[in-house]
Design a protein around this ligand. Structure first.
Ligand code: NAP
Length: 313
């Protein structure tokens, strides 16, 4: 257990325990910087809810998101990274130091901070979405897929997540309807090929979900045709929503520069608009949503933090 104290001036505080944060943690700890990583939820970020990561180099057969997270964690902890399960609520600069406020009311001081807060699934914002959350509505196939054994379900979206998770869900569901607002999907070609050749997946183009309906659990979707405007019903017992991500940066509004979508603006060395504050991974403006990129950016941020400490302190 790490003792948090206002009397300690940490070298680096990392906010967020996904691939970028755990890599930054590994590099900082291995450089003998006194480093604490705060994570409010489970470690791993988006990969923790990804069944199979197939494009992270070094794992020719792919690796489960859970297993990869565990390996990142073990490696960073071996070099002395302290991981603390607490939420950061505010960041401000005071003189040469950065003050990190925790939701618990505690204050931690650091020479540098690396933000690796990632992003969260975007909501559809339609009637029934909140009401049926965990009663048929899900944003995580790995977590909830097994609950839909032998029944028809829908997946909404046309990106890598929607296609990859549709394929995963065919292990359980009797049928997977892939609903997309256009007739072209933007997912990587090899995922498209797999989806279109899977007999359990039916692609429903040019439709958006207008409403999610049911009694105790989801029973059907009301779909609107994006070309004709007509409405139709689709009976399903579950709906998985993968329509992109939104950065977890609301607590940073007003303290640093964000782009118009709320992603953190940095230069190519991961420096934000606040001195001593760096950002890496999916929360950064221009993020690619790739583990390999997040890991690389976490590494750059850690190296820059170390340089900054040498120059300024
Ligand atoms: P994404 O690439 O942003 O795709 C979101 C999809 O949802 C798009 O097809 C979009 O339609 C659709 N959409 C957005 N808002 C909608 C709305 N309100 N109603 C209906 N449909 C809506 O998101 P993602 O698939 O979650 O991926 C996020 C990032 O992670 C990407 O960079 C992706 O490459 C990466 N990722 C990579 C892998 C991998 O490498 N294997 C796996 C998962 C994710 P339009 O196409 O019409 O805009």
């Amino acid at each position: 257990m790490v003792e948090l104290s206002e009397d300690i001036l940490y070298d680096t505080i990392i906010v967020g325990g996904g691939p970028a944060g755990l890599t930054a943690g590994l590099y900082c700890a291995r450089a003998k910087l006194n480093t604490v990583l705060f994570e409010k939820g489970p470690l791993g970020g988006q990969i923790a809810i990804t069944d199979l990561v197939e494009n992270y180099p070094g794992f020719p057969e792919g690796i489960s998101g859970k297993e990869l997270t565990q390996r990142f964690k073990e490696q960073a902890e071996r070099f002395g990274l302290h991981i603390v399960r607490k939420e950061v609520s505010k960041i401000e600069r005071e003189g040469k130091e950065i003050f990190v406020h925790l939701r618990t009311g505690e204050l931690v001081r650091s020479k540098t901070v690396i933000l690796t807060v990632g992003s969260n699934p975007r909501r559809l914002g339609v009637p029934g979405e909140e009401e049926f959350l965990n009663r048929g509505v899900s944003y995580c196939a790995t977590c909830d897929g097994a609950l839909f054994e032998g029944v028809p379900i829908a997946v909404v979206g046309g990106g890598d997540s929607a296609t990859q998770e549709s394929l995963f869900l065919t292990r359980f569901a009797s049928k997977v309807y892939l609903i997309h607002r256009r007739d072209q999907i933007r997912a990587q070609k090899h995922l498209q090929e797999k989806v279109f050749s899977n007999p359990k997946i039916e692609f429903i183009p040019n439709k958006v979900v207008e409403e999610i309906k049911g009694s105790d659990f989801v029973e059907k979707l009301i779909l609107r045709d994006t070309k004709k405007g007509s409405l139709s019903e689709l009976p399903v017992e579950g709906v998985f929503i993968f329509i992109g991500l939104e950065p977890n940066t609301s607590f940073l509004k007003g303290s640093i520069k964000l782009d118009d979508k709320g992603y953190i603006i940095t230069d190519e060395r991961m420096k934000t608009s606040m001195e001593g504050l760096f950002a890496a991974g999916d929360c950064r403006s221009g993020a690619t949503g790739q583990v390999a990129v997040a890991v690389g950016e976490g590494c750059i941020a850690a190296i820059e933090a170390e340089r900054y400490i040498e120059e300024v302190f």
